[in-house]
Design a binder for this molecule. Structure first.
Ligand code: PLP
Length: 409
């Protein structure tokens, strides 16, 4: 009975299902014999989902009204909007963003922020440009809003961002589309853990500014993993000297940085040098919010602003985040050192939740089964095994590279 446009909807790469299979295997073979490297959730070394003390404390301090009332506005609580800007661009955001217009809309997680952007900027028949290795939800969302997708190659032979392929992909579409929506997922790209260098960001922006002579450019930078970047985050290259038909949407998420996956709080941060563009963004985005999810958890937004706008609480947050970041780094260092010692190829990793081991496309089913036989559960993407090091305790990382190599070769 489905409507025609919904008949082909089926999710094939369901991480949640694979994770359930891992839990089942743990019951049969014992937890210590099973590696669940599936979900992008930070688990501590006791294999428990980690939560932050500052977040727990603040949540418990919220009043019933703060938790359960509707948000005071569809775009989000005023303090939340202020806190998102400070959190993402620093306290002096007004100065660093000068010459641009900026608006923030609260969304259900980063997912809502990406969906909202696709919904309002992909014209019927147009495609969005995605990285060839990607978080698979981008594809689902582009289809959900009636768009298609094409991919650019992330890496050249030297293991750097492939600026040449990016340029060709952008220009090819810019010639034939009115709008071109492009997704970057930086820093700590899912699934590779790659982070662009300043040189690469400058190169990307030069290409996109040139493409603005052909069509409107909407660049989404998905920063869901920004707090796991081992280097300092600096988004300024993305919003320097923007042409007036260029719209930057930074999609923010509380899920990973605050261990608040189920709270569903995120935001679209829209930046443009054109006042009209930003006013139009507000009109259309608010309409989509109201018609799809209405408004965002007041408790979640208040929790965020209470922490971010309070110097002491914010300091504690940074401390707790650095603990997680260091744990992820330790795990990554072990895996990468072992992989390098046995010549197991890895896609270029800098930091973040995931490491990807490439293989020849077409072998996905076979590799998934072989891994499962070794009690290793991971997301298989086209041509790669995505290992969520965020969810594996340190002691299980040892020898993992070797086990994977045996499965592959
Ligand atoms: C690359 C990427 N972007 C965005 C998200 C969105 O997360 P959420 O909707 O929970 O904020 C995820 C979650 O896994 C992700 O991996």
């Amino acid at each position: 009975m489905l409507a025609e446009h919904s008949k082909s909807k089926k999710i094939f790469d369901n991480g949640f299902q694979i994770s359930k299979n891992a839990d089942l295997a743990s019951k049969i073979y014992g937890k210590k014999n099973v590696i669940n490297a599936t979900l992008g959730i930070f688990y501590n070394d006791n294999e428990e989902m980690h939560t932050l003390d500052i977040v727990n404390d603040e949540y418990k301090n919220l009043s019933g009204k703060e938790l359960f009332n509707y948000s005071s506005s569809i775009s989000g609580e005023e303090l939340f909007i202020e806190a998102v800007k400070q959190y993402t661009f620093g306290k002096n955001y007004a100065r660093s963003l000068e010459n641009n217009f900026v608006e923030v809309i609260a969304t259900p997680g980063g997912s809502g922020a990406i969906y909202n952007t696709f919904k309002n900027y992909i014209n019927p028949g147009e495609v969005v440009l995605l990285p060839n290795y990607m978080w698979s939800s981008y594809k689902l969302m582009s289809k959900e809003v009636g768009g298609g997708h094409q991919t650019y190659s992330l890496f050249n032979k030297k293991g750097k961002f492939d600026l040449i392929n990016f340029k060709n992909s952008v220009i090819e579409l810019a010639k034939i589309q009115k709008n071109l929506v492009i997704v970057l997922n930086n820093p700590c790209h899912n699934p590779t853990g790659y982070t662009l260098s300043t040189y690469e960001i400058k190169g990307i922006m030069n290409i996109l500014k040139e493409a603005c002579n052909m069509c409107n450019i909407i660049l989404i930078n998905d920063i869901a993993y920004m707090d796991f970047n081992v280097k300092k985050n600096d988004l300024s290259e993305f919003y320097r000297d923007l042409p007036d038909n260029f719209l930057l949407i930074v999609t923010f998420s509380m899920s990973k940085s605050f261990c608040c996956y189920g709270l569903r709080v995120g935001a679209q941060i829209a930046i443009s040098s054109s006042k009209d563009t930003i006013e139009n963004f507000l009109d259309a985005s608010l309409y989509t919010c109201r018609s799809v999810w209405s408004n965002i958890s007041k408790g979640g937004m208040t929790l965020f602003s209470n922490i971010v706008l309070n110097r002491k609480k914010y300091r504690q947050l940074l401390l707790e985040q650095s603990y997680m970041r260091n744990m992820v780094k330790e795990r990554a260092d072990i895996f990468l050192a072992e992989a390098s010692a046995i010549n197991l190829p890895i896609l270029p990793y800098k930091s973040g939740f995931f490491i990807t081991i490439p293989f020849s496309q077409g072998l996905e089913k076979e590799i998934e089964t072989k891994l499962k036989n070794e009690n290793i559960f991971a997301i298989i993407i086209p041509g790669g095994i995505r290992i969520a090091i965020c969810s594996i305790p340190k002691y299980k990382i040892y020898n993992l590279a070797e086990k994977i190599k045996k499965v592959l070769y």
